[in-house]
Ligand binder design. Sequence first.
Ligand code: NAP
Length: 374
Amino acid sequence: MVVKNKHLPALPFTPKQISRTILDTSWQGKNIENMIGATQVPLGVAGPIKLPQMGEFVVPLATTEAALVASTNRGLKALRQSGSLQLKIHYAGMTRGPIFQAPDLDSAQAAGEQIKDQLFNQLQQLACQVSSHLKLIKIQTQVLGRYLFIRFRFDTDEAMGMNMVTYATRAIGRLIQERFNLKLISLSGNFCADKKFSFANQLFGRGYQVWLEANLPGAVVKQVLKTSAAKLDQAYKAKIIYGTAISGSLSFNAHLANVLAAFYLATGQDLAHVAENAHGFFLLEAQGDDVYTSLFLPNLNLGAVGGGTNLPTQKEAIELIMAGVKSGYKGRRSAVLAGLVGAAGLGAELSLLAALAEDQLACAHQVLSGRRES
Ligand code: NAP
């Protein structure tokens, strides 16, 4: 499996496990350089869970963390038995945000206004030439001194779209330089904002925005989550509100990054987007013996085609999910992925909070990782 080339660094020894990994030959090796094999990560499934209007789905999760799949499964069971899961999805589009340098503040500001007012249709046509699946939908600008930051927002259809939008932004950047006294300093100016937390992504969205809501009857809280509404409520306030505030964290959730990383790995998404996508807002309130809960994910970068979704096992994991799409669903497959990772995230939040409320976290990990008899 080790394919020698002039860029491949000398290896201290021939790795037997890594180089033995089998990859389907239909995959043409476009996703990596200097390849010496593949890393195997265990894959489990949680669910099923019904998403309104979309269908009923299993959730593939690739992880090395014992208890994550079991915990997500328990949370999904609680949501399933509540029969109350609601889902709203908005596609905000994928962004690329280059920086241009103008001679001064005045000309930076004027150029930004003209690009938005006069050039939109022409730039839209340019983007279409990159791919028939790409459409420029919005231009936002921000001036800082003589620097003009432009956030181009595109509809990328079924793809997560970062390559497509980057190619289109390069073509757009060239045209802008021809028309204005502006110099392209960097095709990505962190105004995108790709692979890092940003308030811009939280407020304006990037990729999908997902809202979920459920009401868990007291019996489900007791029998599935093995706790009570009062204990969940107290653990929620202490951990998610006070704990997040005292630590100065921006993530009002328990462990969303866990489910996002496992789902992204299983389905071939770009794992680095977890840094950007895991800042969702988990809500929970006791209502007598029942529990109201909700999750808002302002920014999910997911695709059903392109990038790592083309790899054999990742593609098959997406097929496993899509087998649950109900007939008559006319939406995008990437929206199903967004809704499903949201539901899994809400399930995992509920289950972890229940474990913490009952002081079961350490015990569950010890038992499930085989470190102690149950
Ligand atoms: P891609 O694999 O580069 O492109 C997807 C292609 O799929 C489109 O160009 C389109 O080509 C084709 N396609 C066929 N059916 C489609 C449909 N229904 N909807 C959309 N496209 C369809 O994938 P990408 O999503 O643009 O980029 C993802 C990759 O970008 C990931 O591997 C990620 O790691 C990487 N990435 C790149 C950058 C960067 O700066 N370049 C930054 C972050 C991440 P046709 O129009 O020719 O059919």
